[in-house]
Write a protein that binds this ligand. Structure first.
Ligand SMILES: [Zn+2]
Length: 269
């Protein structure tokens, strides 16, 4: 019985993957995507362990709020600090932010957290990845997910660990992980998010140098062959750092004219 079920799911997924590669993209409204994201986010929060670290929670709150404000985007912002060793953080469409406790010690400073959130929020404000989501939606992938295939589907379809872990939650969260969070953005999109993220953090009152320091800290946190989660979707390279360095004079100007100055903020320990 179980075997037949698995076989069915496997065939359904194979069909999905085939149809996915040929079907045209459709227009899925942003409000529709944001509504799905909000559902997935609520599910992720309900099924995850929320951090009880008062100091870190307060830091995530204030940094996320400042970055959100600096973005000028009228999203229904939400923030959560999830208790998990994963070195990761993300922002869903519509401004649903998650930070995993595992990333905090790697960042070392509040300013580096501002750099990460600036970058992730920029992906959301620049509407990166919408096409892929629209395609998955048009292919009625949600139907497949509702049929309970998401947990296994995640193991088969996910390319990133981030997706695999979230897909274990099942339901809408898994669907969203597979259709939206399982992505490595293009180099061009990553570059835009780096640029915009550095501007957001500067406008929010954090020293934009921290966006450069961040990459050294991430690289240093590699233990053996295993790179931190965030690094697997954001490979560090010299080009990335030199671009951030070349944008620094402009970012510094923005920082200077920011209404508040927090520098690198508090240390994270
Ligand atoms: Zn990115």
């Amino acid at each position: 019985m179980k075997k037949i079920g698995l076989k069915f799911i496997f065939i359904a997924l194979a069909l999905f993957i085939t149809s996915c590669s040929t079907a045209p993209t459709s227009d899925v409204s942003e409000s529709e995507i944001n509504a799905e994201a909000a559902k997935a986010y609520a599910e992720i929060k309900a099924k995850s362990k929320i951090s009880q670290n008062a100091q870190w929670n307060a830091m995530v709150q204030r940094v996320a709020q400042r970055i959100a404000k600096a973005s000028g985007e009228n999203f229904k912002w939400e923030y959560v600090l999830i208790e998990s060793p994963e070195v990761n953080a993300w922002c869903m469409p519509g401004g649903k932010i998650a930070v995993y406790t595992g990333i905090m010690p790697v960042l070392k400073t509040e300013g580096a957290l501002a750099a990460v959130l600036g970058h992730e929020v920029a992906h959301a404000t620049l509407r990166h990845g919408m096409k892929g989501y629209a395609r998955a939606k048009q292919n009625n992938y949600w139907g497949l997910i509702a049929a309970g295939a998401s947990v296994i589907g995640g193991q088969l379809l996910c390319k990133t660990d981030q997706c695999r872990k979230l897909s274990q939650l099942g339901g809408v969260a898994a669907g969203f992980a597979i259709t939206f969070l399982d992505r490595k953005f293009s180099r061009a999109d990553e570059s835009l998010a780096d640029h915009m993220g550095q501007i957001y953090m500067a406008r929010a009152g954090y020293d934009p140098h921290e966006a450069i320091q961040l990459w050294d800290r991430m690289s240093a946190s590699k233990s053996g062959a295993s790179a931190p989660e965030w690094m697997s979707t954001h490979p560090s390279d010299q080009n990335r750092k030199s671009q951030l360095t070349s944008w620094l004079p402009k970012a510094e100007q923005i920082y200077e004219s920011a209404p508040q100055h927090y520098g690198v903020g508090s240390s994270i320990r």
